[in-house]
Design a protein around this ligand. Structure first.
Ligand SMILES: [Fe+2]
Length: 460
């Protein structure tokens, strides 16, 4: 049992226990102990977001106040670590029910300034944005302070997904907002300079929870899947999403500058996908890779945490192929080991990728810690693995390209790792071309970084 577990009682839910428990103070640490050597070409900041309820409690893993954990690196040194809450109306009113603030009676809709801004962080158009799918993004400074909500000069009229895609070639930001009320889905296109230039309502079958989407060089791809807003559950409080056997699973493919009538829909086997890895064009086909679950949230909205999970309930790397000429669909499982939080190099988003990186959820076999997987998707997909020591658990691996990279995997995988033996955390840098090797560097922090969601390396 780790020190952190001893502090929490038997009744504490898993999402507030162990390294999921929040930290309450905001610190700045400038003396950081480095093992190995930080590559001198890295100049920028790694920001990672996560749910960190300031009251110490929250009804679901997904709804605590957002806290950013940032590290600045330059000239082979780690300059600082800072953790800061995102200053939102929810942070300012910790004891108020979200719906009280979120419902805007005057407008007959929602106030999208009301957010916990806890899900991801991106850099685009010179701005750093903390994202959460029910609301506007929140702009952050380079020093991890909150600047305020960002509504694209008043042009954004919906919530914004926490998983927009920035085209690796054009720098455009493609995104959407979904809602429990019509219109259920609105697509947005933002140019490389950060100006919102297109918004289109897209027809879906109902109020689906669309956590992510994906793009190719010429298309935007929506996932209309059977995790549906349930009014009855909403009235009782809690996460108001349930699985529906009556709701077809389908992917919609639209030209990036197209509109609702241009969407071609493809039925797939029933599934849910929290996160895609990437998609790209291959002749007439659009290829999508992602972490597929066979279903979610049939009886309740618990995230499956079990000492003895059924492997078939885990998110598995998957491939779908959609033929735009014939309307044909094929799909296949790439791996039979579960993993999540898929990432590729940012400059390949929407373009053909060979490699993908994910992280396992929970301990490995024989008492090992968590693992980072590297997939080589050529020849049907093969997996290599960095296995962390017992009690050490990494998060989502971001890819940072090496200077003068000539191969796709010339670069580093960067993420926070929780070290249960010391109840502290470190930022690890792995060699992406040889993930099994010892880390290139570890930047050790004097305390732990709670398990979180998504982060980004934002280069200067
Ligand atoms: Fe996510």
């Amino acid at each position: 049992m780790t020190a952190v577990e001893e502090e929490t009682s038997e009744e504490t839910p898993w999402h507030l226990s162990g390294n999921n428990a929040p930290v309450f103070d905001e610190v700045t640490v400038t003396e950081l102990d480095v093992k190995g050597s930080i590559p001198s070409e890295l100049k920028g900041r790694y920001f990672r977001n996560g749910a960190n309820p300031q009251t110490g409690t929250s009804p679901h893993w997904f709804v605590g106040d957002g806290m950013i954990h940032g590290i600045e690196i330059s000239e082979g040194k780690a300059n600082w670590y800072r953790n800061r809450y995102v200053r939102t109306p929810m942070y300012a009113n910790p004891d108020t029910d979200r719906m009280e603030l979120y419902l805007d009676m005057e407008k007959g809709g929602f106030d999208y300034n009301v957010s916990v801004a806890n899900t991801s962080v991106i850099g685009h158009g010179g701005e750093k944005l903390a994202l959460e799918e029910g609301s506007f993004p929140y702009e952050l400074s380079s020093q991890v302070e909150t600047i305020g909500p960002h509504d694209f000069d008043g042009k954004l009229m919906t919530a914004m997904t926490a998983h927009p895609k920035i085209c690796g070639e054009t720098g455009e930001l493609l995104m959407f907002g979904y809602s429990s009320l019509p219109p259920y889905l609105v697509y947005h296109r933002v140019n490389a300079e950060g100006e919102l230039v297109q918004s289109e309502e897209i027809t879906v079958n109902g109020p689906t929870m669309m956590h992510d989407f994906t793009v190719t060089r010429n298309h935007s791809i929506f996932m209309d899947l059977p995790a549906i807003f349930d009014m009855e559950v909403a009235m009782q409080g809690g996460m108001p999403i349930r699985w529906s056997d009556d709701y077809p699973s389908r992917f919609g493919i639209m030209p990036r500058e197209g509109s609702d009538s241009d969407v071609k829909w493809f039925d797939v086997d029933p599934c849910y996908v929290f996160h895609t890895l990437n998609s790209y064009e291959d002749g007439d086909e659009v290829v999508v890779n992602g972490c597929r679950l066979r279903e979610i949230w049939r009886e309740n909205s618990d995230i499956g945490v079990s000492d003895d999970p059924d492997p078939a309930d885990a998110p598995m790397m998957w491939e779908w192929r959609f033929n735009l000429a014939t309307g044909g669909v094929s799909e296949k499982q790439i791996d039979d080991r579960g993993s999540e939080f898929p990432k590729i190099p940012d400059h390949l988003v929407g373009l053909t990728n060979r490699y993908g990186y994910t992280v396992t959820m929970g301990p490995g076999s024989d008492g090992a810690g968590g693992s980072i997987f590297k997939y080589d998707l050529t020849d049907g997909g093969t997996r290599t693995e960095h296995i962390f020591p017992a009690g050490h658990f990494p998060g989502e691996p971001s890819f940072v390209p090496a200077e003068g990279a000539s191969n796709e995997d010339d670069g580093y995988l960067i993420t926070y790792v929780y070290a249960g033996d010391t109840n502290t955390s470190y930022l690890v840098l792995l060699d992406a071309s040889n993930v099994a090797a010892d880390p290139v560097a570890e930047i050790h922090l004097p305390r732990r970084v709670p398990t979180g969601f998504h982060g980004s390396w934002i280069a200067d």
